[in-house]
Design a binder for this molecule. Structure first.
Ligand code: GH3
Ligand code: MG
Length: 429
């Protein structure tokens, strides 16, 4: 091989390594997206994420000759484009097709990893913020479990007694607890489990018992007192890690489902009611600012009346799709109810939110909603009210009231309009 050929080969090898590293970092998000689609069907954000991911894989994979990755990525990419842009329905067959192609990609990456340690890396980034408490009086167990779970990206805290863990639990809630039963007493772990389960805010923390008590009756008692899983000692640490992943992944899907609006897949009112107080608290704590917008489709009832409720649903979905495209990923879109949405613009002053919303309003008005299956195109417009922290309110209620009053102004002044809140006119003292 000539020097030039050698240099070229080493450059391609380097590029392949960087490519694999990059995929590894983005793969957890892609896997999460496909899980969401599998579990819940059409979700524009997941489709967008998968589209971008497969687009990169397709292009870069081909360039560096990794066709085992670029071919399935190209197939996925085309299918996603048809779904995104050409109204092809996301049916079971297509979901299975996307899932199989992604699996091919995962397998191919696995084969390409010299240490064949892919799942380790996937876990690492997808679980990087999750906190796990390991409570066991045996230091060998806590150190082994901590080491393996830490390597997999979890933040682990080890305790040798439940009292200390109880103190911490009140300050920072863990995402999962691995709990021994026999500590200073025969059933300290059971007592601890019962105690935390009796408190409303800890009811949902997954608990895995890891114990020498391994008889059927012990297990039944563990489950009866609130365990999510039970493992006897001696144990394989890889199996424990697999159970931790499985429980947390399922919980994540569950949380996704309860905080999303069923029709449009954006966040629902329940999420808004959690998130908005957090934004207010953060803004007060660190002195930051943010804005909110209340957006309402004009004369939406007429669309239902004229074309039927199902078409009304399609219009709502198309409008959300447009919002997803026009707004930034940091903007939090929530369906407040019916044809009304609230968007939180984090770290954004009212004037900037106003510009973004003016663009959105203009795009909505200019682009009729094309409903291929109904063979109709429907013109819609939206009215918007904007309020900013802290000039229009320093509490959730004040901000919503301000945005609502501004929205009312837009409606009263003829609709298809963005209005900024003027706090004085809201009669807020
Ligand atoms: P305005 O310009 O004043 O906002 O008039 P509007 O007709 O949009 O206002 P209104 O709030 O009276 O109408 C909202 C309608 O949205 C009433 C309700 O039947 C309909 N709606 C609420 N939820 C859904 C839904 O999930 N799907 C469909 N298709 N319609 C819905
Ligand atoms: Mg309306």
């Amino acid at each position: 091989m000539s020097n030039t050929e050698e240099r070229l080969k080493s450059n391609i090898d380097k590029a392949r390594l960087i490519f694999l590293q990059e995929i590894n970092e983005r793969l957890p998000e892609a896997l999460k997206s496909i899980d969401c689609i599998k579990g819940y069907g059409y979700d524009i954000q997941s489709i967008e994420r998968l589209y971008k991911f497969t687009h990169t894989l397709r292009g870069s994979g081909e360039t560096i000759g990794m066709f085992g990755i670029s071919h399935p990525a190209a197939e996925m990419n085309v299918a996603l484009k048809l779904i995104k842009n050409y109204g092809v329905k996301l049916e079971k067959g297509i979901i299975a097709f996307l899932d199989e192609r992604l699996e091919e990609i995962v397998e191919e990456i696995g084969d390409n990893h010299s240490n064949n340690n892919l799942h380790f890396k996937i876990s690492k980034s997808s679980n990087s913020k999750k906190k796990i408490y390991v409570i066991d009086d045996d230091a060998t167990v806590t150190s082994l479990v901590s080491e393996v779970l830490t390597e997999q990206g979890f933040k682990v805290m080890a305790f040798h007694e439940t009292k200390k863990a109880e103190k911490y639990i009140k300050i920072e809630q863990p995402d999962l607890i691995v709990l021994d039963i026999i500590l200073s007493t025969e059933d300290e772990g059971i007592e601890f489990c019962r105690k935390i389960r009796s408190c409303e805010c800890f009811k949902l923390i997954p608990i895995i018992f890891l114990t020498r008590k391994n008889e059927l009756n012990d297990k039944l008692e563990g489950f009866a007192n609130g365990a999510d899983d039970y493992m006897g000692k001696p144990f394989q640490v890889e199996e424990l890690a697999a159970r931790v992943h499985s429980i947390l992944n399922r919980l994540e899907i569950h949380q996704y489902l309860i905080l999303r609006d069923e029709l449009t897949q954006v966040y629902n009112r329940r999420y808004l009611e959690q998130r908005l107080p957090e934004e207010v608290a953060k803004a007060k704590r660190i002195g930051s600012i943010f804005s909110i917008a209340m957006i309402d489709i004009d004369f939406f009832k007429q669309i239902n009346d004229e074309y039927g409720h199902a078409t009304g649903d399609d219009v709502l979905q198309s409008f959300v799709e447009l919002m997803n495209k026009s707004l930034r990923t940091s903007d939090v879109i929530c369906r407040y109810g019916g044809d009304e949405f609230i968007v939180i613009f984090t770290d954004t002053p009212k004037a900037v939110a106003n510009q973004v919303l003016e663009r959105l309003r203009d795009e909505v008005a200019k682009r009729p909603v094309m409903l291929i299956k109904d063979k109709v195109s429907i013109n819609i417009t939206v009215s918007i009210g904007v309020a900013g922290f802290d000039e229009d309110g320093t509490s959730v209620d004040e901000l919503i009231l301000s945005a609502d009053s501004a929205l009312y102004n837009s409606k009263a002044l003829g609709r298809n309009m963005v209005s900024l809140s003027k706090r004085e006119s809201n009669n807020i003292v």
